[in-house]
Write a protein that binds this ligand. Sequence first.
Ligand SMILES: CCC(=O)SCCNC(=O)CCNC(=O)[C@H](O)C(C)(C)COP(=O)(O)OP(=O)(O)OC[C@H]1O[C@@H](n2cnc3c(N)ncnc32)[C@H](O)[C@@H]1OP(=O)(O)O
Length: 300
Amino acid sequence: MAVSFWNNLLQITKNRVLQQRGVSLYNYTHGFEEHVIKKKLEQFAGGSINLSKDGNGIGVLTVNNPRLMNAFTGTMMLELQEKVTELENWKEGKGLIIRGAENTFCSGSDLNVVKALSSMQDGVNTCMFIRNTLTRLMRLPLISVALVQGKAVGGGAELTTACDFRLMTPGSEIRFVHKEIGLVPGWGGATRLVQLIGSGNALKLLSGALKVDPERAVSLRLAEEILPSSDETGSLEEACTWLNQYTKGPAEVIQAMKKVVIAGRELHLEAALREEKDIFGTVWGGPAHVQALAQRPKHK
Ligand SMILES: CCC(=O)SCCNC(=O)CCNC(=O)[C@H](O)C(C)(C)COP(=O)(O)OP(=O)(O)OC[C@H]1O[C@@H](n2cnc3c(N)ncnc32)[C@H](O)[C@@H]1OP(=O)(O)O
């Protein structure tokens, strides 16, 4: 009796968390002091995270620090959080492409930052900070795609797993190199990798620090497709075309669709079904539904 009460309470709390935007995994109750780590990260400047949004509801987020193969400096980690907040509030948004500048994806944390924040406390806090951001990124009500050109290494490989889909260009590679530097993934990448490809395959990629080329990624179902182009402009156009297959229609319907999938992915059956009912209620009788019914649709 007492156990089922607490289980129900836990589920209700989880649902509430999923429904709210901008809610973080870790807060002061977990010993996480966000303002302290933000002050430290501010000291490591360089690079940027750029966001452009088009009129069709597709955003392009670019990890931009080509001098260091798009490694994340401290200020880029802070900027990523700001851009995720902006995307959470983008009412017209439907899809998101994440890519790296100048033909390569991302080489993870800037190793200079890793060295400077080498105490256990700083390392754990930095990981909590970025794991919060990537969890919010994963839960955006947008269909997200990592466009992997060149190399996605370490934290860069982890970033790809926070997207709904991965598209790879010829010659590109995803590699969880953490073992080589005496680490395990800390940006939530191991957990998400297990969910994507199963524990056995995840263990092989992580413990072997294996280079995953596009063919292998597709066969593991880590990537959806290999794009024909390897250049920046061509592959971005192809990624947009791929994404457009799934983002036709009104933003409120696409966003609701992503939310029911998040519920199915993250909640237990009964809680997910309750969540689906609530989300259904937000589109039933809405403009897109009424307009579609008025046209007496046939789906041949
Ligand atoms: C979550 C925890 C983490 O993410 S820890 C960080 C994990 N990442 C790494 O260990 C990546 C280390 N870098 C590499 O293995 C290679 O640079 C990779 C990414 C494979 C690219 O190789 P390649 O195409 O030959 O380029 P390169 O080595 O000449 O690199 C160009 C310059 O960029 C730098 N760079 C690269 N990655 C980082 C990084 N993560 N942090 C800091 N600097 C990085 C390289 O050192 C190189 O700089 P320089 O030209 O030697 O001054």
